[in-house]
Design a protein. Structure first.
Length: 569
């Protein structure tokens, strides 16, 4: 008799098989799922050395797969490596000022104060009837001798002080990169808010990232992910195009940092990676040259680390009005491909050509695309590349796909192209988007039900550090479509059920990884990657899902996280 190494009984085991079977017990042997079934069936596999866990009604899920997450950037942007200025840690400009003041008082003169996560949608002074935006003078008062760089939750906007602008040599006459903004106040002076590509003007003078710092950030991020039940993730942007993004966190050196940790068996999660040949405004010519020049490292265990594809940037994001939309934004203003704007045929060409180059090179392609017109352009580019150079099972996909139409969803489904959506971003910005794109478009944004009904390959992810890797909030949002700020329902006709929501973080994400035959569900012979929750996910009120704690995370049969509970004296 071959006994199990570990057995879990009296629980809710979400197998996420084709029928979404929920069992009560599971057995693990040699790092794989050995059997799933009833308590009576699985208890026959208990031997003298079997570790037995009585779940007492807790839920077991396949290890969560956050299929779009910038791990090095996330590690750098979270404590202990960054000042936390996110909601609810801060609720006002005054709170941010106090945190900066404390950091500056503890730092040497001239040392950078770096923080992440502020959101003017949750700062009291911005929400007041006579609301105002943050300015550099708010920071100057509390940090006159230390440059300050605070990136917002989306990483598309930063808030800096005068010392930071002076070190960067930036003033009102500084030329801006295409598609970027640095607002000027009524006094004719820069406000200290820098947006999109303009951030790089200040980021270039931030302390250079060392290899040691990158590794420290990656280890810190993976430790947090393990505590969230996440056993797999895709880092979607590492390469030469990332040297000026996220303070260099997406730069090329990260590739070897990942590979070295994987070779030493110290990665702690299963990682797939997209190369980033060029940044947000690169040319197809540079894309091709840079891609050809990347030395892709060998891997010891491709189930732990693989370079699968390349990332292409198509457009920006609606809040900054840089997404290519078919209709004008509320209040006017739009990207160059909006209706009413000048059609930039060159921009379309560059994106289409980058897609072709990546496809012909044999890579999976993930395209950052948000506006509906850009989405249609990218869908057409991928389909054209596949038709011109047929390749079995390419598994290209759209990243974000905020305003994707039902017709385009069906085209993607028919052509075996996926879409990777972001429910926690939807939860965060649902109210904000009403004032940017209008009530109807905001309600439709990230149309989950339409996606499920189309049959498209549908994945969910956090885009951390844009939002925390809280997949439980993501599942709640897919079911409820409630907003973070007001609790209002945004698009009730786009809600989906629990089973479909769970699939987007498990078996569907495994499809994106070319790995659904060996992970993503709890079926015999697949890897024993497990996430154990402290309650019954099947019956809990969806509003309460975000409060469920991960109690244990298992990777390949090995416990990599276990929550310590306080004992009662």
């Amino acid at each position: 008799m071959s006994y199990a190494d570990a057995v879990y009984t009296r629980g809710k085991v979400f197998t996420v098989d084709e029928d979404f079977t929920i069992a009560t017990a599971l057995a693990v042997r040699d790092g794989l799922v050995h059997a799933v079934g009833t308590d009576a069936e699985i208890e026959t596999l208990i031997g003298p050395d079997t570790v037995v866990t009585d779940l007492g009604g807790k839920t077991i899920l396949p290890g969560i797969n956050d299929s779009h997450l910038h791990a090095i950037a996330y590690g750098l942007d979270t404590p202990p490596l960054s000042l936390d200025v996110s909601f609810p840690a801060v609720r006002s400009i005054s709170d941010v000022r106090e945190r900066v003041r404390e950091a500056a008082s503890a730092a040497e003169d001239g040392a950078w104060i770096i923080g992440t996560g502020w959101d003017d949608g949750y700062l009291d002074e911005c929400l007041a009837e006579d609301g105002r935006t943050p300015t550099r003078w708010d920071l100057d008062e509390v940090s006159p001798n230390n440059p300050v760089f605070l990136q917002d939750f989306s990483r598309h906007t930063s808030w800096v002080n005068s010392a930071a602008l002076a070190l960067a040599g930036v003033d009102e006459t500084t030329p801006l990169p295409p598609g970027s903004l640095m607002p000027i106040g009524e006094d004719g002076l820069l406000t200290g808010i820098v947006m999109e590509g303009a951030q790089a003007l200040v980021q270039r003078v931030l302390p250079a990232l060392t290899r040691e710092r990158r590794e420290e950030a990656l280890r810190s991020a993976i430790s947090i992910l393990q505590s969230e039940g996440i056993t797999s993730f895709t880092d979607p942007a590492i390469g030469p195009g990332g040297e000026a993004l996220a303070g260099g966190a997406m730069g090329a050196e990260g590739l070897s940092v990942y590979a070295d940790l994987a070779r030493r068996g110290e990665l702690g999660a299963r990682v797939n990676l997209l190369l980033l040949p060029t940044g947000m405004s690169g040319s197809a010519e540079d894309f091709g040259k840079n891609l050809a020049g990347i030395d892709v490292p060998d891997t010891v265990d491709p189930r732990m680390f693989r370079v699968l594809g390349v990332k292409v940037f198509a457009d920006g994001i609606p809040p900054s009005k840089t997404a290519w939309m078919h209709e004008e934004y509320v209040g006017g203003g739009c990207g160059s491909l909006c209706v009413g704007g000048d059609t930039d045929e060159r921009q379309v060409y560059e994106v289409t050509e980058m897609v072709r180059i990546g496809h012909e090179a044999g890579y999976q392609i993930g395209v950052h695309v948000t506006g509906d017109r850009a989405i249609d352009t990218v869908a057409e580019a991928i389909i054209a590349a596949q038709n011109a150079h047929p390749r079995d099972d390419a598994r290209h996909y759209l990243i974000h796909g905020d305003f994707i139409s039902e017709a385009t969803l069906q085209r993607l489904a028919d052509n075996d192209i996926g879409v990777n959506m972001n429910p926690t971003i939807k939860w965060t910005i649902a109210d904000l988007e009403v004032g940017v794109v209008g009530t109807e478009r905001a309600a439709y944004e990230w149309p989950y039900r339409s996606a499920v009904e189309s049959g498209v390959h549908l994945m969910s992810s956090s885009d951390a550090p844009v939002t925390p890797p809280d997949w439980r909030q993501g599942i709640s949002t897919m079911i409820l479509r409630e907003s973070k700020a007001s609790g209002a329902v945004s698009g009730p006709d786009q809600t989906i059920g629990l089973a479909d929501a769970v699939r987007t973080y498990t078996i569907n994400a495994a499809w994106q990884d070319f790995a659904e035959d060996w992970k993503g569900s709890l079926e015999a012979g697949k890897v024993a990657d497990l996430c154990i929750l402290d309650g019954d996910l099947e019956t809990i009120d969806p509003h309460d899902i975000p409060a469920m704690q991960v109690v244990t995370t298992v990777l390949g049969g090995k416990v990599v996280f276990e929550r310590v509970t306080e004992s009662v004296a």
